[in-house]
Design a protein. Structure first.
Length: 127
């Protein structure tokens, strides 16, 4: 899925222009912000699986540009736990991640299998 999104932006003229504009904005960030932005982007490409990820990137980039313009350190913007920041951003926009997809599949599978068990095979110890 992520490859399809990435390919969409790289393969269309409008997408290419948007991608290059986005990358130019990252390149214009101070070095510490650029480093963290690139790492957050790589992290999110690996776990986010819906089309919202580009909107998330733009939001983080806007936040970083504002923080840099205000003279704040990048970790003052993200906090010391950058992974928690990135996961929080994804959760805030309710982006589906591989982890959330697998967690949902696990729960659905367990409940489906338990429902299919005969009543005599279900633990009846609960009072």
């Amino acid at each position: 899925m992520i490859d399809k999104i990435r390919d969409f932006f790289k393969d269309t003229k409008v997408g290419k222009q948007a991608w290059h504009s986005y990358r130019d904005r990252i390149a214009a960030l101070p070095p510490d912000y650029r480093l963290v932005m690139n790492d957050i982007q790589a992290f999110m490409w690996n776990i986010a699986m819906d089309a919202q990820v580009m909107a998330v990137f733009y939001s983080v980039l806007d936040l970083f540009e504002e923080g840099a313009a205000d003279g704040r350190r990048v970790l003052d913007v993200t906090g010391d736990d950058v992974a928690e920041f990135a996961l929080g951003v994804l959760q805030a926009v309710q982006a589906e991640t591989w982890t959330s997809k697998k967690a949902k599949q696990l729960n659905d599978n367990v409940h489906k299998q338990l429902a299919a068990l005969p009543a005599t095979e279900v633990n009846q110890h609960a009072k």
